[in-house]
Design a protein around this ligand. Structure first.
Ligand SMILES: Nc1ncnc2c1ncn2[C@@H]1O[C@H](COP(=O)(O)OP(=O)(O)OP(=O)(O)O)[C@@H](O)[C@H]1O
Length: 232
């Protein structure tokens, strides 16, 4: 398989954190490739390295050694400005705690990054309205986060993550703060976006609902890949 079919390539990645006098290998010599268009899950016990891996792929953290390529770009060769541009333009993030800007409406939260990218007002409007409709928020554009349910807020977060047409969406426990009915609806939405728009999703989760939907389940233990199952 050529590298262009891999949206993520991690080669012999080590991430070591110093905790007091002890070195913790949060990611311990992990090599991992994620295919373009995949719907993949990182699972494993608490502390096994799921968030650390997402942070490395998302350019929020740098490896102690080894390399991380996203969409063919070696993140270690990027300076801070280039890295924040890659994060802004090529990677969508969805977090457990939604991380919306509280004083902004759903529309403004989804629009924010497009403004940073310098997209024209007319194009912004079209893309934001289309994306909010795609995540089922038509008519709620003017609501602020505190006027929406947890599930609706997470839909705004998903809209914000996909409105820029990223290479990959990294979702760190996206269903952890919603009830199981809402979790299923959010997963329906993300699966639809994956199927219809070809957006690659990589999740970290403890949630069986998420694992049940995954095309690939990568299980971590003590910073290492314990098993890697591809399902049809
Ligand atoms: N910033 C940090 N400083 C020190 N140690 C860290 C840091 N981030 C993570 N660790 C350690 O690295 C290991 C892996 O943590 P990580 O958060 O990646 O695990 P996780 O699988 O996402 O856990 P959880 O399911 O609880 O979110 C843990 O031992 C954790 O304590």
């Amino acid at each position: 398989m050529s590298s262009s079919e891999h949206i993520v390539q991690m080669q012999r990645v080590l991430k070591t954190y110093r905790q007091g006098k002890v070195d913790v290998h949060a990611v311990n010599d992990v090599s991992l490739e994620i295919e373009n268009g995949d719907f993949a899950v990182l699972c494993g016990p608490s502390g096994s390295g799921k968030t650390s891996i997402l942070n490395l792929i998302g350019g929020l953290d740098v490896p102690t050694s080894g390399s991380v390529l996203v969409d063919g770009i070696d993140l270690s060769t990027m300076d801070k400005t280039e890295l924040s541009r890659i994060r802004r333009d090529r990677i969508g993030f969805v977090f457990q705690a939604y991380n919306l800007i509280p004083v902004m409406t759903a529309y403004e939260n989804a629009e924010f990054v497009l403004n940073l990218q310098g997209v024209s007002e007319a194009e912004c409007r079209q893309r934001v309205m289309e994306t909010l409709a795609a995540v089922g928020l038509q008519g709620l554009e003017h609501r602020r986060p505190d006027e929406m349910s947890g599930g609706q807020q997470q839909r705004v977060a998903i809209a914000r993550a996909i409105v820029t047409d990223p290479a990959i969406v990294l979702a760190d426990e996206p269903t952890a703060n919603v009830d199981s009915h809402t979790a299923e609806a959010l997963l329906d939405l993300m699966q639809k976006l994956n199927r219809e728009k070809g957006i690659t999703f990589l999740f970290s989760t403890h949630d069986q609902h998420v694992m049940d939907r995954a095309r690939r389940i990568i299980t971590l233990h003590d910073g290492k890949i314990e098993s890697d199952e591809i399902r049809n």
